[in-house]
Design a protein. Structure first.
Ligand code: K1U
Ligand code: ZN
Length: 190
């Protein structure tokens, strides 16, 4: 298992529409394993494939704090079947570190996805789990939480991001070095 490099905003890789997984191959299993490791290491409550440079429709989610792999969801080719209600939640994004902003989303969702055994299953979620499912499925369509903000809030978010990013990059490099991994240089400037 490996902690993968995170793709950071404004990298174009975050703007692609991901392609469906056709078959559960060893490559898919390895990607999922590394995504889980990367999410727990960050730490985060979710991670989508484009955030680690893949164009596959895969996301992993564990909203339990402290983390509990028993509550891990692996969602392959997820689709939202139902949305209802409205909720405002302060969201973060591992590709836009240091920025937390309130976003309005559906309060409850029903999502259909496939697991690593190739079985289709449904999740009915509300609160943070519903917010996280929507945030991650947005990633698979090239949509970021910034896109849900007003122009003013969007500008404020980018200002915070530019100010705090250098320290975050340094901290992450230190952390990866301690794990014996060399961090990749950032792929694009904010
Ligand atoms: O997809 C991502 O960028 C991960 C993101 C998911 C998310 C968080 C909050 C609301 C919606 C979606 C994160 O995990 S940011 C980090 C975070 O929120 C967190 C980290 C550790 C413990 C608890 C939360
Ligand atoms: Zn995100």
């Amino acid at each position: 298992m490996a902690v993968l490099d995170l793709v950071l905003y404004p990298d174009d890789a975050l703007r692609i529409s991901c392609r469906p997984v056709e078959a559960i191959t060893d490559e898919v299993r390895k990607l999922v394993e590394d995504m889980v490791e990367t999410m727990y290491d960050a730490p985060g409550v979710g991670l989508a494939a484009p955030q680690v440079g893949s164009d596959l429709r895969i996301t992993v989610i564990d909203c339990s704090v402290p983390e509990d792999p028993a509550n891990l969801w692996v969602l392959i080719n997820p689709t939202i079947l139902e949305r209802s209600g409205s909720i405002i939640w302060e969201e973060g994004c591992l590709s836009i570190p240091g920025v937390y902003m309130e976003v309005r989303r559906a309060e409850r969702v029903v999502v259909k996805a496939m697991n690593l055994k190739g079985e289709t299953y449904e999740i009915e979620a509300d609160g943070l789990e519903a917010v996280c499912l929507q945030h991650e499925i947005d990633h698979l369509n090239g949509v970021l939480f910034l896109d849900h903000l007003s122009r003013l809030k969007h500008r404020m978010a980018l200002k915070t991001y530019k100010r705090t990013l250098p320290a975050w990059i340094e901290e992450r490099a230190e952390k990866l070095k301690k794990k014996g991994q060399e961090p990749a240089p950032p792929r694009s400037e904010p």
